[in-house]
Ligand binder design. Structure first.
Ligand SMILES: *[C@@H]1O[C@H](CO)[C@@H](O)[C@H](O)[C@H]1NC(C)=O
Ligand SMILES: *[C@@H]1O[C@H](CO)[C@@H](O)[C@H](O)[C@H]1NC(C)=O
Ligand SMILES: *[C@@H]1O[C@H](CO)[C@@H](O)[C@H](O)[C@H]1NC(C)=O
Length: 439
């Protein structure tokens, strides 16, 4: 026979579970659409609310059905957290679980830093330091932790020294981007550019990146994401200020715009959207040298199943990649830096995702050490949320067959193709919108 105590505990647990089921039902029926939109947020926050903090940027009130867990009464909060767990939607253990399966636990530096972050998270500790000043590593620390650090290429050494640096100051902002009265942003184009790429930006603005109300009454807006030039480059800051004033679509932060700083650009972008465009429905993140078929993208998004539109991560999927070990490659990763396969990710030339994921992505990024390749890093962030990328044949980040590259009919069917010069972008755009074109 079992001890009475165990039975009582069991009965209590069952009661607690039933109570909370009732509560959840009550709240969700009151607030169904809210529940839907905030599902992803909850996946992250249900368990780790104390560590993953939303307070710095949260301008919105806490969703109604989250409030009970935030009461000061700790018994209540424990009760609800226990009951929240079995609901598949709110399964907090999902956070980082898939990524832990993908990242082997070994002696490589990134792997070690990743697992020490997870341990900190499990203990309820703080995320990585979030300041910009005094963030650079002591080289001595890196030499101690990576035995061949001094033989890394200079760029990799520089990346590692600044790996903890986050939240650089913003130089050019667009605080009103999403606040005008002409409607919520349905699709936000977030285009990675660099200060000198004036011509590419203008080609995008004049063609697929045009800000407008499109068919079906959906609003499209665009921002270009820039870092700053380095000291040995011409000073373009005055021109950028003029450009920003004229077009209202530049964002610039005070960090050197380089390939290895694209992960930083990603993170500051999440942060920016949370404060300036928190209600955006979908984000297209891509390069300024791609050709995107905006009408086709909008058509795709408008026909999404309702259960898809809060968990979208769509593009050309690189599903079985591993770090390149050729030290001459742009994508070279030293074996003592990262060891293991990459989780499946969408090619960074251009991909689409749900705006409601930005908040959980930003939260996760606080615990995920930076990686020198930005689209791999994004894939890791989505993966940590338990969201796997979905492939769409319309995304051609490695370009299409040579003989099709000038063919408007082929481009009419695509959602994105990489890469195209400003002139090609303009020509393609005109030809696919030519009313006499027959495909
Ligand atoms: C840890 O979090 C606490 C409370 O949020 C904060 O006061 C403290 O400064 C943080 N410490 C570090 C090292 O970030
Ligand atoms: C990233 O930007 C910071 C700030 O400008 C700079 O110190 C660092 O060298 C850059 N890192 C890389 C890898 O380019
Ligand atoms: C999600 O899908 C439904 C049904 O298609 C649609 O009415 C709703 O506006 C969509 N939400 C977003 C954020 O696009």
């Amino acid at each position: 026979m079992r001890p009475i105590k165990a039975l009582v505990v069991k009965a209590l647990v069952v009661m607690a579970f039933l109570c909370s089921l009732c509560l959840i039902f009550l709240y969700s029926s009151l607030n169904l659409h809210l529940a839907h939109r905030h599902r992803a947020l909850l996946e992250v926050s249900a368990n780790r609310r104390s560590e993953i903090s939303f307070e710095t940027l949260s301008t919105k009130p806490v969703p109604t059905y989250l409030r009970p867990t935030l009461t000061k009464d700790s018994t209540k909060s424990v009760l609800i957290q226990v009951t929240v767990t079995p609901t598949p939607d709110l399964h907090q253990a999902a956070v980082f679980a898939t990524l832990k399966k993908a990242v082997p636990q070994n002696t490589a530096y990134w792997n070690r830093v990743f697992y020490s972050g997870i341990r900190r998270l499990d203990k309820g500790g703080n995320s990585t330091r979030l300041d910009w000043s005094h963030c650079r590593h002591d080289p001595e620390q890196l030499r101690t932790n990576i035995h061949d650090f001094t033989s890394y290429p200079e760029l990799h050494q520089d990346f590692l020294l600044g790996m903890e640096c986050r939240n650089p100051p913003i130089l050019i902002d667009q605080p009103e981007k999403c606040t005008s009265e002409d409607g919520e942003t349905f699709l936000l184009f977030a285009i990675k550019s660099t200060p000198r790429n004036f011509e590419q930006r203008q080609a995008v603005r004049e063609t697929w990146g045009r800000e407008a109300l499109y068919g079906g009454g959906v609003r499209v807006r665009i921002v270009f994401l820039l870092g700053s030039s380095s000291l040995d480059e011409p000073d373009l800051s005055q021109l950028l200020v003029l450009e920003a004033r004229h077009h209202g679509d530049l964002l610039q932060w005070d960090f050197h715009d380089s390939f290895f700083n694209l992960t930083l650009k990603e993170q500051v972008f999440y942060r920016w959207v949370l404060s300036r465009c928190p209600k955006v429905s979908f984000v297209f993140k891509g390069d300024d040298d791609v050709f995107a078929n905006t009408e086709a993208i909008l058509g795709y998004l408008q026909s999404l199943e309702p259960n898809k539109n809060s968990t979208l991560y769509l593009g050309q999927i690189i599903s079985t990649a591993s770090p390149l070990r050729d030290s001459k490659s742009k994508y070279y990763i030293p074996p003592t830096f990262y060891d293991g396969p990459y989780p499946a990710y969408a090619g960074g030339g251009g991909y689409l995702f749900s705006g409601s994921l930005i908040r959980p992505l930003y939260s996760v990024s606080k615990f995920l050490p930076f990686y020198p390749i930005d689209d791999v890093y994004s894939g890791m962030c989505f993966n940590a949320l338990g969201i796997l990328p979905e492939a769409h044949d319309g995304f051609q980040t490695f370009d299409i067959r040579e003989q099709d590259r000038e063919n408007p009919c082929v481009h009419k069917e695509l959602l994105l193709v990489h890469r195209r010069s400003p002139q090609q972008i303009i020509r393609l755009w005109r030809s696919i919108h030519n009313p006499v074109l027959i495909c």
